[in-house]
Design a protein around this ligand. Structure first.
Ligand SMILES: NC(=O)c1ccc[n+]([C@@H]2O[C@H](COP(=O)([O-])OP(=O)(O)OC[C@H]3O[C@@H](n4cnc5c(N)ncnc54)[C@H](OP(=O)(O)O)[C@@H]3O)[C@@H](O)[C@H]2O)c1
Length: 275
């Protein structure tokens, strides 16, 4: 694992985005502010959102891939990845093109894209560890993870990374495997706890402690993400299943400790009542 800040040149990039959902719309605001030229395609008609953000919307995938993109940035849901890739006529990609993606799991897109992309296309796997909520006041100090999976054109790659480095992101280079191990223990756990709290319908009370306010915050922020995103964190991260088991075991252990304590207290009460 290594961290770095890029001092790459700032010439604007031509970036084509696939999947214009909440996260792409969030990223585009900063990319546009930096002067990059952006076009997008998506399953749904996103022409209105695109017009609002100064992005050219190209409905037709063939036309989109044939347009002049230096970077293709994949921002679709994790669970739709293989369907999206299958539907793309990848032979239209022009060389040099950097293919980058921001999926919240990393080994899975790395594997699928290495198999699907023509060998002359560069591949950068990334995960910005923030989103519309945590990054709403800027990206300074927020972590940006990446693995340069297959990079020959260092110039385009470093200009792309510079988008995040120049906003003050903490740039962390690590393998996709390392990412998935850590993310299962951190991000997946957070989303799971948040979903459990939502199932319990926890709500603020007039006597909230700071700790409870934080729990409500976790519930509310995880609920803003789609179920597709949450299920993708589980289905396509091979380390997540173990974390779910650990959570179940930990819950059972805590419950057992409490019930044991309750039994001991009952016994004590019983023996005291004899006097
Ligand atoms: N939200 C975050 O904070 C965050 C942070 C870091 C990384 N990410 C990653 O960024 C990506 C996008 O996340 P998101 O928050 O925008 O929500 P998401 O629910 O994970 O993905 C929504 C996007 O996926 C597309 N999509 C869904 N099913 C599809 C299908 N069957 N075929 C084609 N496209 C499909 C949607 O297209 P349409 O809108 O056109 O239907 C939309 O662009 C995900 O991979 C996520 O893991 C998200």
């Amino acid at each position: 694992m290594s961290s770095s800040t890029s001092s790459a040149p700032t010439r604007a990039l031509k970036i084509g985005i696939i999947g214009f959902g909440p996260f792409a719309q969030f990223l585009v605001q900063t990319m546009s502010k930096q002067g990059h030229s952006i076009r997008a395609t998506s399953r749904s008609d996103c022409s209105e959102q695109c017009a609002h953000l100064g992005v050219t919307f190209i409905r037709d995938m063939d036309e989109f891939l044939q347009s002049d993109n230096e970077v293709i940035l994949l921002c679709t849901s994790i669970v739709s990845l293989s369907e999206v890739i299958k539907s793309m006529p990848l032979h239209y990609l022009k060389h040099p093109t950097l293919f980058a993606e921001v999926l919240s799991v990393k080994e899975y897109p790395r594997h699928v894209l290495l198999k699907a992309l023509p060998p002359e296309i560069d591949l950068l796997c990334t995960h910005p560890m923030f989103g519309p909520e945590s990054g709403k006041d800027g990206w300074k100090g927020l972590t940006f993870m990446y693995e340069k999976v297959r990079i020959r054109n260092e110039d385009i790659c470093s200009r792309f990374l510079h988008i995040f480095a120049s906003e003050g992101c903490k740039m962390l280079e690590m393998t996709c495997e390392e990412h998935d191990k850590l993310a299962a223990r951190s991000q997946f756990l957070t989303h799971t706890i948040g979903r459990v709290l939502a199932e319990m319908q926890i709500e603020p009370t007039p006597i909230d402690t700071k700790g409870f306010q934080q729990l409500v915050h976790v519930k509310e922020t995880t609920a803003k993400h789609s179920f597709d995103l949450f299920s993708g964190l589980f289905v396509h991260n091979r380390f997540a299943r173990q974390q779910l088991k650990n959570l179940e075991i930990a819950f059972a252990n805590i419950k057992q400790k409490l019930l044991l304590q309750e039994r001991m207290n009952d016994k004590m009460d019983l023996s005291l009542s004899k006097y």
